[in-house]
Design a protein around this ligand. Structure first.
Ligand SMILES: Nc1nc2c(ncn2[C@@H]2O[C@H](COP(=O)(O)OP(=O)(O)OP(=O)(O)O)[C@@H](O)[C@H]2O)c(=O)[nH]1
Length: 176
């Protein structure tokens, strides 16, 4: 992995294989691995899911749990290894202020641009289905799409996982 691939975004639908792709991309950096989890274990199913993820990741990863201050977690861990953030969707949902999505996404993109060590970020490709009936869900969906665009613009590489298959979106093959 070259130094020009410092910020990598991986998008995809639920159970599309995006987390596994992100782990493979992070694994290409020959340095310690730090997993930044934005999920909180709200119920038994989520606790079991998290336990499974930890088991699969194994001891090669240090885990940092940060559901709100993602920029702070990135700043604190910069210089310590490659960071894998899983995922931006839950982070935005935890920190979403109904009226002002830029208040969260702007500082995140500025922090990403300032990182010295690599970061692989996982997000979801929302909004491919029907328009939600609920107004808050519509505002979240729109804010989430704008967040993805802003992070993708900041990223050196963008990938999408479709049915477990990786699709590279940025840079397109053949372009420098
Ligand atoms: N708090 C916490 N959350 C974790 C940990 N490990 C994984 N997670 C969370 O588990 C979630 C990812 O797992 P899944 O929901 O199974 O993945 P998915 O997005 O449905 O499926 P894929 O597209 O295949 O990745 C992310 O939201 C992570 O934050 C951990 O150690 N602690």
């Amino acid at each position: 992995m070259t130094s020009s691939s410092r910020i990598i975004l991986v998008t995809g639908g639920a159970r599309s294989g995006k987390s596994a792709l992100a782990e493979r991309l992070a694994g290409q950096f020959d340095m310690p691995r730090i997993y930044i989890a934005t999920a909180t274990a709200g119920d038994k199913e989520m606790r079991e899911r998290i336990a499974r993820h930890r088991e699969i990741r194994g001891s090669g990863w240090r885990t940092v749990e940060e559901s709100l201050d993602l920029a702070g977690a990135l700043t604190r861990t910069d210089g310590q290894g490659v960071r894998l953030v899983d995922c931006l969707t839950l982070w935005l949902s935890n920190s979403f202020r109904d009226d002002d999505f830029a208040a969260e996404t702007g500082p995140l993109c500025a922090t990403l641009a300032a990182q010295k060590s690599p970061v692989v970020l996982v997000t979801n490709e929302l909004g491919l289905g029907i328009v939600p009936e609920n107004a808050l869900a519509r505002r979240f969906r729109d804010a989430h799409g704008l967040m993805n665009q802003a992070v993708a613009a900041t990223a050196d590489q963008v990938w999408m996982s479709v049915s477990g298959l990786p699709l590279r979106l940025k840079p397109e093959r053949g372009t420098p």
